[in-house]
Design a protein around this ligand. Sequence first.
Ligand code: ZN
Length: 356
Amino acid sequence: MRTSIQGPLRYIQEAGILRQAGPLIAQVGGRALVLLTRGSMARVGATLEQTMVQAGCACLFEPFSGDVTYPEIDRVAAAAREKECDLLVGIGGGRVLDTARAAADQLGRRLVIIPTTASSDAPCSAVAVIHDENGRAVEIRGVRRNPDLVLVDTEIVANAPAHNLTAGIGDALATYFEARAYARKEQAASGTSSTRTAVAMSRLCYELIVQHGSEAMEAVRAHRVTDALELTVHAAIYLSGYGFENGNVAAAHAVNEGFSVIPRCSKILHGILVGFGVLVQMELEQAPEEERRQLRQFMRSVGLPVTLRELGLDDLTEEELRAISEAACSVPPMRNMPMAVTADMVYQAIRRADSF
Ligand SMILES: [Zn+2]
């Protein structure tokens, strides 16, 4: 049995940490290409530049052009090479972070990730989702290294729109159930599991979000940093990232990928669809009714949709639902389930999940 564990070299989360980020970033490199959107530049550019320059780290801003595409990754990598940067910093949402991640990997440079929302568990990972020019995911690229440093400023996260945290909670909610499903598959195949550490971390992730998630939502709506927010953000970004990367994803993420065959679903945040995917996975696993009931109740308390209607997808045709189920069945995460899953099983599970 091989046990393989990976994660960011260093993870630091604190309210106001961005103002003190310079010395931490300077430990990673001396000359940084900082990738960010115009909006992030206006909000945090000056703060970041000041602390980095004070710490003796050159801060060379590079505006992000809008999506994680092959040309954009090449462009950012070329800029970092031309400016002789030994380090890339991505600050912003998932697309900025993934572009910085892929460009740093291309050049073999160090990487600092600073998420400005807690909308998914991607920041700590070694995975970049690359899109085509129409915004469709075309490659899930595993890069060689996890970030050297992940900095999460909960003051910034608390000031991001609340629906980002709802999505982050949805993504994090899946982690335990998916790691558990994969561990069960391993257990059935070989009598043991290589992912017990990840399952334990995912379990903690689940406990923290269930215990503190709804209070965290109140905090983020009021733009306040509270203990509940700190714990929920830690679960959604760090524990969930550790959990999925070392414990695997399964049906909940496969269902999310299935929805991507319907173009209008691309407007729905990843974690929102993954949250619904958890309910579908519960149906596939025939989880105890009590577990499903608690899950639904919790999801409602944080504003996660639990039906197709709440997802704004009650107009999906029978044909589209069949296409979603087919697609969900054809992607690798579905093969991490402990049982063989057919498209018809997924279709029935979506119908049952939706019927409550
Ligand atoms: Zn996810």
